[in-house]
Every structure is written in C-alpha cells, then in structure tokens.
Design a protein around this ligand. Structure first.
Ligand code: ADP
Length: 372
C-alpha cells in the first residue's frame, strides 16, 4: 500500500490529497477554508472532518508541507517531538507559515498516531547553495545570530519539475544545466546544476526576487529606511506594503496576471508598464543564471503563469536566439496540460512547460523516507 496523505496547512485553510504514489492516482482531494472564521473552529476540527473520509483507505504515511526548514533541514524528515520543536523555533523566519503548518501537523498526528508523519520543506532543495550564493554582505556574526541568509522557497516544485524535465528529455539529470521559472502568484527562479540548486531568487523570505502578484521582489533595502523616515511608515506597515500591496497589484491595482495581461492587450498604460517591469526583472535573473551555470541546457516554465500564458513565455525569451534560446510559436500556443517542449527540434536549448505537482512530490519524498 503506497497511499500517502498530503497535508498543506495554512493559517485559515487546509488543503489535502490522498495520493497513490505508484500510479499517481488521487483518491481524495479538497480544501477546507475559513478555519476559525465561520468555518471549522480550528485545525483539529477541520482535519477531523477530512479524516472521516479517510476511513476505508489505508494510509502509509502523512506528508506535511512545511515552508521554512532554515539551515537545519536539507531533506524531508520524519516528524518527532524534536522536529516539531525545530519547526516552531523557525517561526521567526516564517511567522505566517510555520505556526500554521504546525497546527496541521499536531492535529494530524493526534488523529493518525500510528502512521509516520513526514515534513517536506520548501527550503530544503536549496540547501545545496554555496556561501557565495546564500550569504548577504552584512556582518557575519549578526547574520549567524539571527539566521539572516538566503534560504529560497518553492523548493519542492523546483526539484519536481527539474527532475521531470530530465525524464521528459530522456537525459541524465546530472548532465544538465537547468533554469526553472516557477511563475505563479508567488514566483521564483532557480539555477540547477546537475540536479543541485546553485542559486535561487527568493531569499530570507519569499519576498525577494521576481515581481509577483502582490510582492515587490527585489528593491534597494534603503527604500524601507526612506519610507520609514519620510512617510512615517512603521515596520508592520512596510511588511504589509511589500508583501501584500506591491508587485503587479502595486503597479496596476490588480495582482492577478491574467487580468493584467488582458488590460495590457486593451492598451492600459499601467498594465503595459507592469508587464515590462515584470519581464525586465525576469530576464535579469535569466542572464545572471546563465552566467552562473556557464550556459544552459534546459529552461522550464511552471506554475499558473508559466503553464498557461503563451504570450508571457514568448516575451520572456524573445530576442535570446544568440544564446541558442528559441520558441516554436505553434508549440508554445498549443493549449495543453501535458508536459511539453516548446522549443523547435534541434534547438541548442530545450524550452519546456512542465506542470508542477508539489503534492505528488511531497508524497514521493514521504514514501521514499519511510521506505515502504
Ligand atoms: P499560487 O502561487 O497561488 O499557487 P498559481 O501557480 O496558481 O499561484 O498562479 C496563479 C497566477 O497565474 C495568477 O496570477 C493567474 O492570473 C495566473 N494565470 C493563470 N492562468 C493564466 C493565463 N492563462 N494567463 C496569464 N496568467 C495566468
């Protein structure tokens, strides 16, 4: 029996899937919303309802998505009281996520005490980065004391799609220089050398890097000081500004890429500018990662925007033929949910669209760890 119950517990919602890893079949799937806000009273009540549905299914293990694993967790880990304490200890680095992940872990462990529970961390895949990539140039003692460094996120997705890409191409992962563009509401890029993450655009938190739905991505850190001094904004206000009111939302008033794309096509000046800023930032990382890797064999698009927007894929890579990067327009525009190549046959760089599946990856890692 290889069914793994995957739990992604957020502050007010729990997403779950029961996945048979061997067949990839999803036996159960759902989301419980508005926990503590009109829906179930708390995570324990929310999961109790779901666990009733599990009756009659044999569950080999539970895989939990955990956002921040700090420097402690470089791979999936069986959850013990010590691991729970470590996840709690990392809450300062992910105050919105880790406590919510823990609520789900505690409720599920209490309800399913006889099966192993496994934590799969968004940060783990990026623990292979070297100091050159993960250190910020601030005093080292301060950085160490407060855990200030690049960790990177979306690791489960970056790992999954880069491995699927190698499989799709029938080439050994170890031989490939891959750049993954995970472009969703949250967006990040990763440079992967032979299966190892060597750099990624998100940092201490998921705020750094690309222009996102509501997050600013990169900016001069002095912007915070300036707005604090000149606009009288508090740290909480700045946190809210950069995480929830910036990005596409800040530039256009709408944080949804599909809407921004439609507005731009109708000639809306703010939307056109926002797409230009989005593209400029993305290409900035693309160029950096090609330099860092010493070339690129595979570029992979994934997540909401990456999987669905032919226009933004084309614009992202336009004019890069001198690097061997080309897109075949017919392949790119074909609507499909399948893994696919969108570069022409024989192009120097393979450009692929690989739908991400973080739940399946969590299930796989959990199963691998418990060794069934
Ligand atoms: P999350 O980070 O919340 O998991 P998703 O990966 O689901 O996000 O991506 C959501 C984003 O993808 C939204 O900005 C949405 O507008 C965008 N998106 C989905 N389909 C399209 C499309 N056809 N064209 C452009 N953007 C799209």
């Amino acid at each position: 029996m290889t069914a793994i119950f995957v739990v992604n517990s957020g502050s007010s919602s729990v997403k779950y899937q029961l996945i048979d890893v061997e067949s990839g079949e999803v036996a159960l799937k759902g989301t419980i919303d508005r926990i503590g806000d009109g829906g179930p009273a708390d995570h324990t009540v929310a999961l109790a309802g779901v666990l009733e549905q599990l009756a009659g299914h044999e569950v080999a293990a539970v895989g939990h998505r955990v956002v921040h694993g700090g420097s402690q967790f470089a791979s999936a880990t069986v959850i013990t009281p010590d691991v729970e304490a470590a996840i709690e200890g990392l809450s300062a680095l992910a105050p919105l996520h880790n406590p919510a992940n823990l609520l789900g872990i505690r409720a599920a462990r209490a309800a399913l005490p006889s099966v192993p529970h496994v934590a799969v961390f968004d940060t783990a895949f990026h623990q292979t980065m070297l100091p050159a990539a993960y250190l910020y140039a601030i005093p080292v003692d301060l950085a160490e004391q407060y855990g200030v460094r690049r960790y990177g996120f979306h690791g489960t997705s970056h790992k999954y799609v880069s491995e699927r890409a190698a499989d799709f191409l029938g080439r050994p992962l170890e031989s490939l220089k891959t750049i993954v563009l995970h472009l969703g509401n949250g967006a990040s890029m990763t440079a992967i050398d032979g299966g190892r993450s060597v750099d990624t655009s998100m940092g201490l938190t998921p705020l750094e890097g690309l222009v996102m739905g509501t997050r600013s991505g990169d900016l001069d850190p002095a912007v915070l000081v300036h707005l604090h001094r000149e606009a009288g904004m508090s740290m909480d206000e700045l946190d809210d500004l950069l995480n929830k009111r910036s990005g596409l939302l800040g530039l256009t008033g709408n944080g949804d890429m599909r809407d921004v794309q439609i507005a731009a096509s109708e000639g809306d000046a703010a939307a056109i500018t926002a797409l230009a800023v989005w593209r400029h930032r993305m290409r900035h990382y693309l160029g950096a990662y090609i330099a860092l890797l010493g070339g690129v064999d595979v570029i992979v698009f994934t997540a909401g925007v990456g999987e669905n927007s032919a226009l933004l894929r084309r614009r992202s890579l336009a004019g890069l033929e001198f690097l061997g990067i080309e897109i075949d327009d017919d392949r790119n525009e074909l609507e499909s949910r399948a893994e696919r190549r969108i570069s022409p046959d024989g192009a120097a760089v393979e450009v692929l669209v690989i739908p991400t599946n973080e739940e399946l990856e969590i299930a796989r890692q959990a199963l691998q760890l418990i060794g069934t």
